[in-house]
Design a protein around this ligand. Structure first.
Ligand code: HEM
Length: 210
């Protein structure tokens, strides 16, 4: 029965669909947990900061998850990982948008946005990471991919810059618990390292063809 014991199940449309739903559910979890905490009042003495932090960490984790899909595809030989990559990238952007909105709403306010975004170096780093993500989200539909043709891939290498700058932003604003940032930094180094090793280090350069 190759369909059960062999590898055929991995190509089944039902398995792929179930996997997509599972990953969508996992990616939605940080928001659901956060809403649960807000509703039950478990957001600590400074809810604005707790909410901003939770959304920032979710955006960062989802960027790492997006980057992990290609290595997982290569290590397991299963194409399903690549079928959820774009969705995870869009979830990362979604959380990044909510993070910036929470920052404006709860921390620095909506007046004089230029002064707000240039106030501290770590905020500038966050804004740079966010600006890198905007064109990626805008050009994620298949129609945009077709229109951009051979420019699509170099453009989407901006994700490497975005995630490195987001990590710097993360590290810069930390007041304590540097261990967490170090672990995230190691994970990021591994994900970028395997890609550089497999495809050549120049493949990590944003906007560069090839
Ligand atoms: C305009 C863009 C951004 C602004 C203004 C911004 C602002 C902030 C602020 C104010 C904090 C500290 C919250 C606090 O503890 O008081 C923070 C933390 C953080 N941000 Fe951002 N951010 C931006 C973009 C991003 C992006 C694009 C990402 C990731 C993709 C990100 C990931 C994080 C992470 C991981 C933290 C740390 C959360 C924690 O301490 O657990 N930020 N950001």
């Amino acid at each position: 029965m190759p369909g059960v014991l062999g590898i055929e199940w991995r190509r089944s449309a039902g398995v792929l669909l179930a996997f997509r739903w599972l990953m969508a559910a996992l990616a939605s979890l940080p928001l659901l947990l956060l809403v649960g905490d807000v509703v039950s009042g478990a957001v600590g003495p400074d809810p604005g900061q707790t909410i901003t932090e939770a959304l920032g960490i979710a955006a960062f984790q989802l960027l790492l998850a997006t980057l992990a899909m290609t290595p997982l595809r290569r290590w397991t030989g299963w194409g399903g990982w690549l079928r959820v990559r774009r969705m995870l990238g869009l979830f990362a952007f979604f959380y990044a948008v909510l993070h910036v909105l929470a920052f404006l709403q709860f921390i620095l306010g909506w007046s004089d946005l230029w002064a707000t975004f240039t106030k501290r170096p770590y905020i500038i780093a966050g804004a740079v990471a966010f600006l890198c993500l905007v064109p990626l989200a805008a050009t994620s539909p298949v129609s945009a991919m077709r229109r951009l043709g051979s420019y699509w891939k170099p453009l989407h290498k901006l994700i490497y810059l975005a995630v490195v700058v987001a990590w710097v932003h993360f590290l810069w604003q930390a007041r304590s618990d540097l261990g967490e940032m170090v672990i995230y930094g190691l994970l990021l180094a591994i994900l970028l390292g395997v890609r550089g090793y497999w495809s050549g280090w120049s493949s990590l350069v944003p906007l560069k063809k090839g």
